[in-house]
Every structure is written in structure tokens, then in C-alpha cells.
Design a protein around this ligand. Structure first.
Ligand code: HEC
Ligand code: HEC
Ligand code: HEC
Ligand code: HEC
Ligand code: HEC
Ligand code: HEC
Ligand code: HEC
Ligand code: HEC
Ligand code: HEC
Ligand code: HEC
Length: 307
């Protein structure tokens, strides 16, 4: 098979050269690849990258197979081989990145892809995308979400199996509802922390607000941690053993991390007499803070976030 194809194709290369194709460029088009890579070739018309072939208007280095694998002339002359063409199976991660970013650089630069945690860890395009054998319906993913991510983030799977969770494993949400696997738009969050590749289509807002819009505000009376530290101050984003995805099983222990928990703490200020009735933590009544402070994410009517 291979010999026959080689014998058949070599004259083609020479024919192209004779017809005035620039000999140094070595571009031969996608047609000659058909013979030896029939499996890849036959599926290619369905690939979003096929557009460049169909349009017939792109420059050779931006057309078809050679737009990613580089000029195929030497490869044809050698009847194949990995050393004669850009073979992704042996390319370094940075080379892969550069090849894909030649065309996708502009969009992905917004996500700071070159400085993302993935890029810095050597995780690049082909770890998540499969150009020729994608089983996913969109985006040429190497596997469906969340499986493509769980391949490396096995611990996250168990977080989404907690008693209280966002239903990612059930298909109600995907990782990319909150994360941008290509990187984060800004190097830091408002609180100065690394943004964990948060999807920041909404500028400095957390992706949480896309879906939990009623928490967006602005409120007349803001609760500072919601805006400053962010939702993760009190909630686990993936899953939690506690209801409402809370970080602690007992709500008041979380509140008391910031609000003085001494008996009667509510009104007590330095020098004030302590009103015994105020926030007497010995009384079970006061322990369920959000019974009274029910608008804990912010309120337009109560400075104390009461009903
Ligand atoms: C004469 C047959 C033949 C033709 C025509 C041919 N190839 Fe190949 N190709 C091979 C062989 C053989 C290999 C080596 C396979 C191996 O070592 O596993 C190969 C390997 C490759 C690889 C490396 C795959 C990897 O391991 O990452 C790429 C990419 C490739 N070919 C692309 C092309 C493209 C693009 C064309 C058209 C310009 C083309 N081939 C035309 C025979 C051919
Ligand atoms: C958008 C970039 C891109 C285009 C266009 C492209 N390839 Fe590939 N090709 C890749 C990548 C990346 C791989 C590595 C495996 C993967 O990710 O699917 C690959 C792998 C291969 C392989 C190795 C075998 C395999 O199935 O993995 C061959 C052969 C190959 N390509 C041939 C071709 C041919 C022939 C064409 C044109 C019909 C083509 N490629 C077009 C990016 C591309
Ligand atoms: C860690 C996994 C991962 C890596 C690495 C990765 N991607 Fe993606 N990419 C995805 C996922 C997941 C989606 C689907 C996003 C969605 O569902 O909205 C996607 C979507 C895309 C899209 C279509 C939507 C868009 O945002 O424009 C393009 C184009 C793309 N990726 C190109 C690339 C290129 C080029 C690289 C390498 C420079 C790369 N990706 C690296 C996971 C990844
Ligand atoms: C020659 C330019 C070029 C190169 C090189 C290139 N792409 Fe693309 N890519 C495109 C174009 C054009 C589209 C189609 C965009 C559209 O349909 O709007 C596309 C679409 C995509 C999509 C989106 C598919 C979808 O379903 O929306 C992904 C993912 C992608 N490319 C990944 C890659 C990866 C990974 C590489 C490197 C292996 C790569 N591309 C190399 C031009 C390129
Ligand atoms: C090939 C392995 C691999 C795949 C696939 C992968 N990741 Fe990663 N991911 C890593 C590595 C390595 C790191 C960096 C080390 C670390 O912080 O754990 C990382 C880090 C992260 C981080 C933390 C970023 C930070 O700044 O702390 C997030 C979020 C993330 N990945 C989400 C995803 C999502 C979502 C997907 C699927 C679309 C995905 N990953 C697919 C390997 C992978
Ligand atoms: C509801 C939004 C949301 C969804 C869905 C989501 N994440 Fe996250 N993820 C976050 C937030 C927010 C953080 C940052 C937590 C922090 O900094 O405390 C994070 C952190 C991470 C980290 C870094 C954790 C660490 O401790 O370093 C990884 C890795 C990660 N997510 C992977 C994933 C994967 C994989 C998926 C899909 C299976 C996913 N996430 C789905 C919101 C989400
Ligand atoms: C893509 C939409 C989406 C995003 C983004 C999102 N959520 Fe959710 N969230 C939901 C849905 C839907 C539920 C309902 C739970 C269920 O039944 O799956 C939920 C439930 C919750 C709950 C529990 C509510 C209850 O009544 O028990 C909390 C708390 C929560 N989300 C916080 C967050 C935080 C914090 C973020 C950002 C890190 C976030 N969500 C991002 C869709 C989203
Ligand atoms: C100061 C701690 C704190 C912060 C910060 C916080 N929450 Fe909450 N959240 C709570 C508590 C406590 C509850 C449970 C209220 C209850 O018991 O009824 C809750 C409940 C929820 C619920 C479910 C009940 C409801 O009110 O809809 C959602 C959804 C939610 N939070 C989303 C968010 C989002 C999104 C953010 C970030 C914008 C955020 N939270 C920030 C403490 C906080
Ligand atoms: C990360 C720290 C932090 C956490 C956790 C926190 N708060 Fe706050 N809270 C603040 C700050 C800061 C203010 C603003 C105080 C001020 O302006 O004097 C505030 C204000 C308030 C106010 C309005 C009081 C006033 O003087 O304006 C109430 C009521 C309140 N918090 C209740 C709670 C409850 C209930 C919880 C637990 C669900 C909680 N807080 C968790 C930091 C926190
Ligand atoms: C029985 C209802 C009730 C419960 C339960 C309750 N509070 Fe209050 N809290 C109030 C009222 C009413 C105010 C308004 C000031 C006042 O009248 O004392 C207040 C005021 C506050 C203030 C502002 C005090 C100041 O002067 O700055 C904070 C902070 C506060 N509460 C935190 C908490 C925390 C934390 C918990 C849970 C341990 C909690 N509250 C439980 C009713 C309650």
C-alpha cells in the first residue's frame, strides 16, 4: 500500500514544482495526504478547520492539513515519517501552544493563556482538545465535560459528590460555567489572590452572579465580605458536607470569625454598658444568626440585614 502511494505521489510533488509552485515553501495542499491517512482525511470535512480548504482563499500556510502540520513536501518525498513533518505526538508543549496560538492567539490572549496555571504546568491545547478524534459534540474536546477535567483533577470529582453540591456530575452545570480553562482575564482577584482561572466575562464580578443574580446588588447596605472576600469566604464552590454549601456546619461559628462573639456582643462597644438582652449567645435563640439577619448578602432596607 505505502509503496504504491509513494510511487503515485512523488510525481505529484514534482508536477506541482514544475507548475511553478514555490519550491522552497514545500506546501503541497491537503489532497496528497488522503492516500496514506485516509482515516483522518475522510473525517476532516466535518472539522471546523476544514473551512480554510472549502473557502479556497487562504494562503497555503493557513490551509487544511498544513495549517497545523506545516509544509508536507519533505514528508511526501520521504514517504512519511515523524521527523519530516510537525508531528504533535513528539512536539514539546510550547511548540504545540505556538502552533495553535498562531491563529487562536488573539481570542485566547484575553484569558492570559501564556501565563495561566495550565500553561505554566505544561498543560496545553492537545491535553484537552482532540483535533481528529473528538467524541464531544462541540469545541473538539478530547472528552466530554467534566470527564476531560477529571482526567487530571480526580479530587474535584469527589467534591461534586458531597451531600450538598452544584450538580456538575449530574450534568446541570459544567466546569466552564465558572472556570476558563485557558486562563483568567486578570492576574489577581479583587482580594489580591490568584483567581483560580475563574471565568471573568463579567469583569471583576464572580461567575457565581451569572446564575445567582439576586446576590449581585448593588445594595444600599452591603455586607463587606460578599464584595471584598467574595462568595468563597462562606461557601465552598464545588460541594460541601453542610447545607447551602457553607464552609462550616454551624453558621454562627462562621459569623463569629469576624464579629466578636462575647455575650451581648451586638451593641457592645468599648465603654458601652453591655445590654444583656443583646445577642446573648447562651440563649439558643441567638445562635441562628440568619433567622434574624436573613438578608445576609445585602439589603436595601435594613442596615442590619434584617427581614
Ligand atoms: C506515502 C504515504 C504518506 C503520505 C502521502 C502522507 N503521509 Fe503522513 N505519515 C506517513 C507515515 C508512514 C507516517 C509515520 C507514522 C508513524 O511513524 O507512526 C506519517 C506520519 C505523519 C504525521 C505524524 C503523526 C504523529 O505521530 O504525530 C503527520 C502529522 C502526518 N503524517 C501528516 C501528513 C500530512 C499532512 C500529509 C499530506 C501533506 C501526509 N502526512 C502525507 C505516510 C504518509
Ligand atoms: C487544527 C490543526 C490540525 C489540522 C488542520 C490537522 N491536524 Fe492532524 N493533528 C493535529 C493534532 C493536534 C494532532 C495530535 C492528535 C490530536 O490532538 O488529535 C494531529 C494528529 C495527526 C496525525 C496522527 C494520527 C492521529 O490520528 O492522531 C495524522 C496522521 C494527522 N494529524 C494528519 C492530518 C491530516 C492528513 C490533516 C488534513 C486532512 C490534518 N492532520 C489536519 C492537528 C491538526
Ligand atoms: C485545560 C483544558 C484546555 C486547554 C489546555 C485548552 N482548552 Fe480550549 N477549551 C477547553 C474547553 C473545556 C472548552 C469549551 C468551553 C466551553 O464549554 O465554553 C474550550 C474551548 C475552546 C475554543 C472554542 C471556544 C472559545 O473559547 O473560543 C477554542 C477555539 C479553543 N478552546 C482553543 C484552544 C487552544 C488553541 C488551546 C491551546 C492554545 C486550548 N484551547 C487549550 C479546554 C481547554
Ligand atoms: C490556520 C489557523 C488555525 C490554526 C493553526 C488552528 N486553528 Fe483552530 N480554528 C481555526 C478556525 C478558522 C476555526 C473556526 C472558527 C469558527 O468557526 O468560527 C477554528 C476552530 C477551532 C476550535 C473550535 C471548534 C468549535 O467547535 O467551535 C477549536 C477548539 C480549535 N480551533 C482548536 C485548535 C487547536 C487545538 C489548534 C492547534 C492544534 C488549532 N485550533 C489550530 C483556525 C486555526
Ligand atoms: C492534563 C491534565 C489537566 C487537565 C486535562 C485539566 N487540568 Fe486543570 N490543572 C492541571 C494542572 C497540572 C494544574 C496546575 C497545578 C495545580 O494548581 O493543581 C491545574 C490547575 C487547575 C486549576 C487551578 C488554577 C489555579 O490557578 O490554582 C483549575 C481551576 C483547573 N485546573 C481547572 C480545570 C478544568 C475546568 C479542566 C477541564 C476543562 C482542567 N482543569 C483540565 C492539569 C489539568
Ligand atoms: C459553581 C462554580 C464552579 C464550578 C461549576 C466549578 N468550579 Fe472549580 N472552583 C470554583 C471556585 C470559586 C474556586 C476557587 C476556590 C477558592 O479559591 O477557594 C475553584 C477552584 C478550583 C480548583 C483549584 C482548587 C484548589 O484548591 O487549588 C480546581 C482544580 C477546580 N476548581 C477544578 C474544577 C473542575 C475540574 C470543575 C468541573 C468538574 C470545577 N472546578 C467546577 C468554582 C467552580
Ligand atoms: C451556571 C449557573 C450557576 C453558577 C455559575 C453558580 N451556581 Fe450556585 N447554584 C446553581 C443552581 C442551579 C443551584 C441549585 C442547586 C441544585 O439543585 O443543583 C445552585 C445552588 C447554590 C447554593 C445552594 C443553594 C441552596 O438553596 O441550597 C449555593 C450556596 C450556591 N449555589 C452558591 C454559588 C456560588 C458561591 C457560586 C460561585 C462560586 C455559584 N453558586 C455559581 C447554579 C449556579
Ligand atoms: C458572610 C458569609 C457569606 C458570603 C460572603 C456569601 N454568602 Fe451566601 N449564604 C450565607 C449564609 C449564612 C447562607 C444561608 C442562609 C440561610 O441560612 O438561610 C447563604 C445562602 C446562600 C444561598 C442559598 C439561599 C439563598 O439566599 O438563596 C445562595 C444561592 C448563596 N448564599 C449564594 C452566595 C453568593 C453567590 C455569594 C457571593 C456573591 C455569597 N452567597 C456570599 C453566607 C454568605
Ligand atoms: C469575613 C468577615 C465577616 C464575616 C464572616 C461576616 N461578617 Fe458581617 N460584617 C463584616 C464587616 C467588615 C461588616 C461591616 C462592619 C462595619 O461597618 O462596622 C459586617 C457587617 C455586618 C452586619 C451589619 C452591622 C453593621 O454594623 O453594619 C451584620 C448584621 C452582620 N455583619 C452579620 C453577619 C452575620 C450574621 C454573619 C454570618 C452569617 C456575618 N456577618 C459574617 C464582616 C464579616
Ligand atoms: C433574634 C434575632 C437575632 C439573632 C438570632 C441575631 N441577631 Fe444580630 N442583631 C439583631 C438585631 C435586631 C440587631 C440590630 C441592633 C440591635 O437592635 O441590637 C442586630 C445587630 C447585629 C450586629 C450589628 C451590631 C452593631 O451594633 O454593630 C451584628 C454584627 C450582628 N447582629 C451579628 C449577629 C450574629 C453574628 C448573630 C449570630 C450569632 C446574630 N447577630 C444573631 C437580631 C438578631
Amino acid at each position: 500500500m505505502k509503496t504504491r502511494a509513494g510511487v503515485f505521489l512523488l510525481p505529484l510533488v514534482f508536477a506541482a514544482a514544475a507548475a511553478g509552485a514555490p519550491q522552497t515553501s514545500g506546501f503541497v495542499g491537503s489532497e496528497p495526504c488522503k492516500t496514506c491517512h485516509a482515516d483522518v482525511w475522510q473525517k476532516f470535512y466535518k472539522n471546523p478547520h476544514y473551512k480554510s480548504v472549502a473557502s479556497g482563499k487562504e494562503a497555503p500556510e493557513n490551509t487544511g492539513c498544513e495549517s497545523c502540520h506545516g509544509p508536507g513536501g519533505a514528508h511526501l518525498a520521504a514517504h512519511g515519517g515523524k521527523a519530516t513533518i510537525a508531528a504533535f505526538s513528539v512536539l514539546e508543549p510550547t511548540e504545540i501552544l505556538d502552533r495553535c496560538l498562531r491563529c487562536h492567539g488573539e481570542t485566547l490572549a484575553r484569558a492570559n493563556i501564556r501565563h495561566s496555571s495550565h500553561t505554566q504546568a505544561g498543560v496545553v491545547c492537545t491535553n484537552c482538545h482532540s483535533i481528529h478524534k473528538s467524541p464531544a459534540p462541540r469545541f473538539l474536546l478530547a472528552n466530554n465535560q467534566p470527564e476531560v477535567c477529571y482526567g487530571c483533577h480526580a479530587d474535584v470529582r469527589s467534591q461534586f459528590s458531597m451531600p450538598f453540591k452544584h450538580r456538575v456530575n449530574e450534568g446541570a452545570l459544567v466546569c466552564t460555567d465558572c472556570h476558563n480553562p485557558h486562563g483568567a482575564y486578570q492576574p489577581t482577584w479583587r482580594n489580591g489572590e490568584r483567581p483560580r482561572m475563574m471565568d471573568q466575562v463579567m469583569a471583576a464580578d464572580e461567575p457565581c452572579l451569572k446564575c445567582h443574580e439576586e446576590k449581585r446588588g448593588p445594595f444600599v447596605f452591603e455586607h463587606p465580605p460578599v464584595r471584598v472576600e467574595g462568595c468563597e469566604m462562606c461557601h465552598f464552590p464545588h460541594g460541601s458536607p453542610n447545607s447551602r454549601l457553607l464552609r462550616r456546619p454551624v453558621v454562627f461559628t462562621m459569623c463569629l470569625e469576624c464579629h466578636n462573639g462575647a455575650p451581648g456582643f451586638g451593641r457592645a462597644r468599648l465603654g458601652d454598658p453591655v445590654t444583656p438582652s443583646t445577642h446573648n449567645m447562651r440563649l439558643p435563640l441567638y445562635q441562628n444568626c440568619t433567622n434574624c439577619h436573613s438578608h445576609i448578602h445585602g439589603s436595601n432596607v435594613s442596615v442590619f440585614f434584617l427581614q
